[in-house]
Ligand binder design. Structure first.
Ligand code: URA
Length: 240
């Protein structure tokens, strides 16, 4: 038997809206618990046992929210900033109210896969350097990379602060050798840009395609997000 929780909290956590929107749903007699219309959010129920319906549809109880965002360039990986839009500005209100935070960081001009969650322990595990989760990037550079560059990037290069990067995987993905797929197992500040700089190249475009078991959903347009599937969440939880 799980813990009893307030109905309005359960509905809000399930993505039914902010506390105020949930109050309106209840007042409009659209919520049923165990077969009865309930109009007050303070009712205490066990979300794992009770049947909760909104407009006749079952409400899926979730303790945490996990979103995959296809980050566009121009947005800061932060929850709030006075001068620039942040990735949270892209998240619809019904999820934003759940106090999500980005897991890791993409530069303002980097696009692609960003995970947002309010599952602090999972975020912590994913970010721990020891977890060494692979992250794959599509990298476009200003000049063709040479076979020697590829070897250096794969073996490890020395960054501008003297740090020696861990072995990585790299392969060119276009004919002109100006587009690469690079998989790294760590996350130093501006790591990909600095790795390419170490071999004399400047990054013109950067997109994250994978993070651990997560793969950027090709159906997610730039700036769009969706909840992770139960299977994606289960795979993430095997890490750390
Ligand atoms: N490496 C970078 O240089 N920038 C990013 O945004 C991510 C990895």
């Amino acid at each position: 038997m799980g813990k009893r929780q307030r109905l309005d909290k359960i509905l809000s956590h399930a993505g039914c809206g902010s506390r105020r929107e949930v109050r309106d749903l209840l007042r409009a007699r659209r919520v049923m618990v165990n077969g009865r219309v309930v109009t007050g959010g303070e009712l205490g129920i066990d979300p794992e046992q009770a049947s909760v319906l909104v407009d006749g549809q079952p409400v899926q109880y979730r303790e945490f929210t996990y979103l995959m965002l296809n980050k566009p360039a121009g947005y800061l990986t932060a929850t709030r900033d006075r001068n620039a839009p942040t990735v949270l500005d892209l998240v619809p209100e019904r999820w934003r109210v759940r106090r999500l935070a980005p897991v890791g960081r993409l530069d303002k001009d980097t696009e692609g896969l960003l995970l947002l969650t309010n599952d602090g322990p999972l975020a912590h595990r994913l970010l721990a350097p020891a977890s060494r989760i692979p992250k794959t990037y599509l990298v476009r550079v200003d000049k063709p990379v040479t076979p020697e560059d590829l070897q250096s990037l794969a073996a490890g290069v020395v960054l501008d602060d003297g740090y020696w990067t861990l072995p990585a995987q790299v392969r060119p993905v276009n004919e002109g050798n100006t587009e690469l797929e690079l998989t790294i197992y760590e996350g130093k500040y501006h790591q990909v840009k600095r790795m390419l700089k170490a071999v004399g190249k400047q990054v013109r475009y950067l997109q994250r395609r994978t993070m651990g078991p997560l793969v950027l959903d090709p159906d997610l347009g730039l700036g769009a997000c969706r909840e992770l599937t139960a299977e994606e969440i289960a795979r993430l939880k095997t890490i750390g």
